[in-house]
Design a protein around this ligand. Structure first.
Ligand SMILES: [Fe+2]
Length: 462
C-alpha cells in the first residue's frame, strides 16, 4: 500500500483507483466521483492518511516510493533517472512546491481547516440572512469625499508597504503577521462605512505600481468591504471578509515564481499547481491563529464557480459562501482590468460587461454581479465618460439599481473637476454616451482649449 497526497485527489472526477484507509479498509472504489461530502463522511477513517495500491500510486501523480530494490536503471525512460539521488530529488520536487512544509502535514492541516470551513458553510446555510442587501445612503459632501479619498489613497500607499513586507516574510518562510494589516483593513472599512463611494474611488485612484498580489489584494478587499457593508453583516464580519480578500492569494507565494509570473499560457501541470493556491492560503492564514473562518473562507472559495467549473472543490452554487460568490466577481473584475506581465488590462466598462457574460453563462452568481454593479455602476467609479452634451465627466457615485445613470462631476476645458455633483438619474437630457480613458481626457482638454483660443482669435480678427 502506498500513502497518497490528499491534494492529488481531484474532486468531481472519477477515482482512477481504489482508496483505502491505513487499516486497508476500502474507503472509496475506483470510478467513484469524489464529492465534497465524502471527506466529511470518512473524516475519522482518514486521520492516518489515505492509501492506494503501490501500482496505482502514480495515477494520483505520486511516484511509487523509490525503494532501494526498485532503483534499477532497467526500467529505462524518464524513470530511469531515479538513480541513487532520486530520493532527495523527489523530496526537493515536493518541497519546492510546498515551501517549508512536509507534504503530509500540509494535507492534514488542510483537511482540518476545510472541515471547519465546511461546518461554517452548513451553519451559514442554516441562518439565511434576514435583511436583503440595501443601499447605504450615507453621503459625504463633495469636498469631504475628495479629502477622504486622498487620505485613503495615502493610506493605500502605507498598506502597500505593510502588505509587501508580510509577503516578503512569507516568501522567506516566516508565518504572516495579520495584526497590523488587519488594523489597516479596519481603517478602510470605517472609511467605506462613512461613504460607500470611498471603496471603489480609493481602488481607482491609488496608482502604486506595486507587486500584483499586493495591489490585487488591496483593491479586491476595498471593493468587497464596500459591497458587504451594505448587506446584513456586522462591522466585524465586514473586516474579516476584507482581510480574507486581502490575503486570498497569499498561497500564490508557494507557487514557483517561474509559473506565477510566466508571461505565457500555463501548461496543464502548471495550472494544477496554481489551482492549489487557495488551499495554501487557508493553511498559511490558519497557522497564524488570527484568521476567522469567514476570513479563511474568502481565499478558500474565491475561485469556485456556480457551475462547478471552479477550484479547489468544484463546488455548486449553494456550496459557495455568499460572500465568496461576491469575491469571485470582484476577483475576476480586478484581474481582467489590471495590467499583467503577459497582457494589458481591459477598460473598466468592458470588465463589467465580462462579468455580465460570466453570470449569463452560469459561472458567476448573477445576484453577486448585481450587488457589485450597485456599488461600482456600469461606468466604474473614478472612470471618465462623455455625455450626450459632448462634455466630459468623472463618475463619482453609483446609483443603486440604476447602473447606467451614476452621479458625476463635470470636467472643464482644463480638465479640472467642477464642485457640483450631477445625478444623471435626475437629469432629463444628459446621458452617458461612451467611456473614455484618462489619456483621452488630456487630449480632449487640449482640443477644447485650442478651439476656444481659435474662436477668440477669430472673434478678434473679425
Ligand atoms: Fe486567487
Amino acid at each position: 500500500m502506498r500513502k497518497i497526497d490528499l491534494l492529488s485527489i481531484e474532486f468531481g472526477k472519477p477515482l482512477p483507483a481504489d482508496l483505502f484507509d491505513s487499516e486497508g479498509n476500502l474507503l472509496l472504489p475506483k470510478g467513484h466521483v469524489v464529492g465534497h461530502t465524502d471527506l466529511r463522511k470518512s473524516r475519522n477513517q482518514i486521520t492516518n492518511g489515505v492509501f492506494t495500491r503501490d501500482d496505482d500510486a502514480d495515477q494520483f501523480g505520486n511516484e511509487p516510493a523509490p525503494t532501494d530494490e526498485s532503483d534499477d536503471h532497467s526500467s529505462g525512460g524518464e524513470k530511469g533517472h531515479r538513480g541513487p539521488d532520486s530520493k532527495p530529488r523527489l523530496k526537493a520536487l515536493f518541497s519546492q512546491e510546498i515551501v517549508g512544509e512536509e507534504v503530509g502535514s500540509a494535507a492534514e492541516t488542510h483537511l482540518a481547516s476545510t472541515l471547519r470551513l465546511d461546518a461554517l458553510l452548513d451553519q451559514d446555510k442554516g441562518h439565511a440572512r434576514k435583511r436583503p442587501a440595501s443601499p447605504n445612503y450615507r453621503r459625504l459632501g463633495l469636498s469631504c469625499l475628495r479629502a477622504e479619498a486622498e487620505h485613503a489613497a495615502e493610506h493605500f500607499g502605507h498598506a502597500v508597504d505593510e502588505i509587501s513586507n508580510v509577503l516578503h516574510d512569507v516568501e522567506r518562510g516566516k508565518s504572516p503577521s495579520l495584526s497590523t494589516s488587519g488594523e489597516m483593513i479596519e481603517q478602510f472599512a470605517s472609511s467605506v462605512s462613512r461613504d460607500p463611494s470611498l471603496g471603489p474611488l480609493t481602488a481607482a485612484i491609488s496608482s502604486d505600481d506595486c507587486d500584483y498580489l499586493v495591489r490585487h489584494g488591496l483593491t479586491t478587499s476595498l471593493h468587497l468591504m464596500t459591497v458587504v457593508s451594505q448587506m446584513d453583516y456586522s462591522p466585524e464580519e465586514v473586516v474579516q471578509a476584507g482581510i480574507g480578500a486581502m490575503f486570498q492569494d497569499i498561497g500564490m507565494i508557494r507557487v514557483p515564481r517561474s509559473i506565477r509570473l510566466a508571461p505565457r499560457a500555463l501548461s496543464g501541470a502548471e495550472r494544477r499547481t496554481v489551482e492549489r493556491h487557495p488551499i495554501y492560503s487557508v493553511d498559511m492564514l490558519d497557522k497564524t491563529g488570527l484568521a476567522s473562518p469567514l476570513t479563511l473562507m474568502m481565499g478558500y472559495q474565491a475561485h469556485e464557480r456556480c457551475d462547478q467549473s471552479g477550484y479547489p472543490r468544484r463546488q455548486q452554487r449553494d456550496g459557495i459562501h455568499p460572500l465568496a460568490r461576491i469575491l469571485a466577481v470582484i476577483d475576476v473584475y480586478s484581474a481582467v482590468t489590471s495590467d499583467r506581465p503577459h497582457r494589458k488590462g481591459i477598460p473598466p466598462y468592458d470588465g463589467i460587461l465580462l462579468l455580465l457574460e460570466e453570470a449569463q453563462a452560469g459561472r458567476l452568481d448573477g445576484e453577486a454581479v448585481r450587488l457589485f454593479l450597485n456599488s461600482v455602476s456600469l461606468f466604474p467609479l473614478g472612470s471618465y465618460v462623455e455625455l450626450s452634451s459632448g462634455s466630459y465627466a468623472r463618475v463619482l457615485r453609483s446609483n443603486w439599481g440604476n447602473h447606467t445613470m451614476p452621479v458625476v462631476v463635470m470636467l472643464d476645458q482644463e480638465g479640472q473637476e467642477s464642485d457640483v455633483e450631477v445625478d444623471l438619474s435626475k437629469e432629463d437630457e444628459a446621458r452617458v454616451v461612451r467611456t473614455i480613458d484618462k489619456k483621452e481626457v488630456r487630449k480632449f482638454c487640449e482640443k477644447k482649449k485650442l478651439e476656444s483660443e481659435l474662436a477668440e482669435i477669430r472673434a478678434w480678427s473679425g
